[in-house]
Design a protein. Structure first.
Length: 299
């Protein structure tokens, strides 16, 4: 069940990436990030207030957010800080890179999460899961090599380094999720995580973007911006549910989540006219095979 939830989360994560790319094309990065995050907070505000006013009602529908201790708030704030740092780097990289290059590099995150899970949580994979993870990561690596054919030199392109750094931070966040979900209610984590994102991003927006906004890419409102927040809330809800299931493994869930690249790739192929699609399509087939083995081994 947790593996299926991870796959469903990947679907919404892919749609989330599509709305990001649509919102960022020719647009200012920081206000897009801030407003999409504000949407996520707006979704959870009624849940937090309702859980305080009528805990029985929200508990009955599975959306109860318990009151957190000071230490728990610090732990959630730390998660928000890690994720916001990753997002800022990823949003800038997505704006300047083809989506069929950005997404596969972003998808190498499961490799780093897997290494961390094995070292920190001592997770053990069965033979089929190992085959699935290794096949998936191998084809993710092949995907990342296609950039040279599109004139993108990985070592000299700063946006490549932005997405690499964002991916490493994302892996750290994934490992931290396994730790935090075991100690704090998942609804409370997602609700306060969304709130603290706004707290962190507001001064970043006010200090780094607002004073010099007339000298940079102008901000343009698009309806795809709030859709970013809606899709992310849905993807994360399923993700945290998967993590909270007994026997779930962060190494597998992280790899399954990155199958979102299939959705994003399809969008880039059919609507953005990106190139080298035949070779990338072969690599996608490899990813599908690896994902099938991981899911089958988790059943």
């Amino acid at each position: 069940m947790w593996a299926f939830a991870g796959l469903l989360s990947a679907l919404f994560l892919g749609i989330y990436d599509i709305f990001k790319k649509t919102s960022l094309n020719g647009n200012a990065v920081l206000p897009v990030l801030f407003l999409s995050t504000l949407t996520s907070t707006a979704i959870f505000l009624p849940i937090v207030i309702g859980s305080f006013v009528s805990p029985e009602s929200f508990s009955a529908i599975g959306l109860y957010s318990p009151i957190l201790t000071f230490t728990q708030h610090i732990q959630v704030f730390l998660k928000s800080s890690i994720v916001v740092s990753s997002w800022i780097l990823a949003f800038f990289a997505m704006k300047h890179l083809p989506v069929t290059i950005f997404s596969p590099i972003r998808a190498t995150g499961p490799f780093w999460t897997l290494i961390g899970a094995l070292l920190i949580f001592h997770e053990k994979l069965n033979f089929m899961q190992w085959c699935g993870v290794l096949i998936t990561l191998l084809f993710f690596y092949f995907f990342s090599t296609t950039g040279k054919k599109e004139g993108i030199e990985f070592r000299r392109n700063k946006w490549i380094w932005f997405i690499v750094a964002a991916t490493l931070l994302g892996a750290v966040s994934g490992l931290y999720d396994k730790f935090i979900i075991a100690r704090i209610d998942r609804i409370a984590v997602q609700a306060w995580f969304s709130f603290y994102q706004v707290v962190i991003l507001f001064p970043v927006l006010a200090i780094l973007w607002f004073p010099g906004r007339k000298n940079t890419t102008p901000f343009r409102w698009r309806w795809s911006i709030p859709a970013i927040g809606i899709m992310l809330v849905t993807a994360d809800f399923l993700y945290f549910y998967a993590l909270s299931c007994e026997g779930s493994m962060i190494s597998i869930i992280s790899a399954l989540r990155r199958v979102s690249v299939l959705v994003t790739f399809s969008f880039g192929a059919f609507f953005l006219g990106e190139v080298n699609l035949k070779q990338k399509g072969i690599y996608l087939l490899g990813i599908l095979v690896g994902t099938f083995l991981m899911t089958l081994g988790s059943a």
